[in-house]
Design a protein around this ligand. Structure first.
Ligand SMILES: NC(=O)c1ccc[n+]([C@@H]2O[C@H](COP(=O)([O-])OP(=O)(O)OC[C@H]3O[C@@H](n4cnc5c(N)ncnc54)[C@H](O)[C@@H]3O)[C@@H](O)[C@H]2O)c1
Length: 320
């Protein structure tokens, strides 16, 4: 079993790589090679099998063909530029999030082996005039360029799967929090930094009110679910290749109280609330009330509380 993680130097890519190193197998077969590909050489991951560290720009077809030379059986396509940057730099978003994804799907098709492709889509595909409660069959109506690029790539993933070119799976990720590291250009960046920085003795600003609700998942759960997506039988997926992953809904205020329960008053006192209209305008269009019935029926799982997310962050990212 050969596995390729595109965007393998990123936050989720590195966590999937470490999880696969621990498991040693995927889809019932031992992993013989794992390749991590990214714009810059990804950090090495210790594993009981061969790990290759590759550089590629997915917007360049020749680069994509070069990383596919290892003939992967399973591809995790995670490379993207995030929401805030795709909104600010439209051409770059089109080049990477849409054309880059087409390059990846075409290279996977070129293998001629119907490989499994797990594509990380986003809850940003929902928005506009749709019901408050979102079901698997709710129409996609993205209100950002990032969401539109993800939705367009989803349609292609489904069509390439229908044609038998690839065996695609397009889970729509909730916001992943608490993300380790530094703030990034995602409009959702504050949804991690208002917990991550205060838990490490620093201040952080929340640009929206405490009543803002989000649909979220922990890094631990999203990694587990993306691996489960790769493991699913194509027959179980049926014709709808793209679906929401299970997540939890919480308001910023409820999540802050959960952090207080785990870590006390001090981290909470380090959060400031200065409104930021640019961030607000993007995140207000994201819908938190999502019924992920298909994913749940397929055996994908949600966190049990935000307290757990805080504990996972302290265990997985601070200790590490
Ligand atoms: N983290 C979240 O909350 C969240 C939520 C919804 C969807 N997603 C999706 O999950 C995926 C992974 O997210 P993440 O949080 O790990 O992001 P990340 O930014 O940490 O990782 C993405 C990686 O893609 C790489 N990349 C960007 N452009 C590239 C290019 N042209 N060629 C090759 N590599 C390129 C980046 O260098 C980065 O390492 C993304 O597709 C993102 O849209 C994430």
């Amino acid at each position: 079993m050969r596995v390729l993680i595109i965007g393998g130097g990123g936050f989720i890519g590195q966590k999937i790589a470490r999880a696969l190193a621990k498991r040693g197998s995927l889809r019932g077969a031992p992993i013989t090679e794992l390749a991590l590909a990214d714009l810059a050489e990804p950090a090495a991951v210790e594993a009981p099998f061969k790990v290759s560290l590759l550089t590629a720009d997915i917007a360049e077809r020749a680069d994509v063909d070069a990383i596919f030379a290892m003939k992967p059986d399973v591809i995790f396509h995670l490379a993207a530029i995030v929401s805030g940057q795709a909104e600010a730099e439209f051409d770059l978003g089109m080049r990477i999030n849409l054309l880059g994804s087409v390059n990846v799907f075409e290279a996977a098709r070129g293998l001629g082996t119907n490989p499994v492709v797990v594509f990380s889509s986003s809850c940003a595909v929902y928005g506009g005039e749709i019901p408050r409660e979102i079901e698997d069959w709710t129409g996609l109506n993205p209100q950002t360029s990032y969401g539109a690029q993800k939705a367009a790539a989803e349609l292609l993933l489904t069509d390439y799967s229908r044609k038998g070119f690839i065996d695609g799976r397009g889970p729509r990720l909730p916001t992943v929090t608490i993300r380790p590291g530094k703030p990034n250009a995602a409009a959702s960046s504050f949804m991690s930094s208002i917990f991550r920085e205060p838990l490490q003795g620093e201040t952080a600003n929340c640009p929206v009110g405490k009543d803002y609700e989000l649909w979220y998942t922990s890094p631990r759960m999203v990694v587990e679910n993306l691996i489960r997506c790769a493991e699913l039988d194509a027959a179980a997926l049926g014709e709808n290749r793209c679906f929401a992953l299970p997540g939890r809904v919480g308001s910023i205020g409820e999540m802050i109280e959960a952090m207080r329960k785990v870590a006390g008053d001090e981290p909470v006192s380090r959060i400031t609330f200065e409104p930021d209209q640019r961030i607000y305008d993007i995140v207000i269009g994201w819908r938190p009330h999502i019924n992920a019935k298909k994913a749940t029926d397929l055996g994908l799982i949600a966190d049990s509380s935000f307290e757990d997310n805080v504990r996972y962050f302290l265990e997985d990212d601070i200790r590490r």
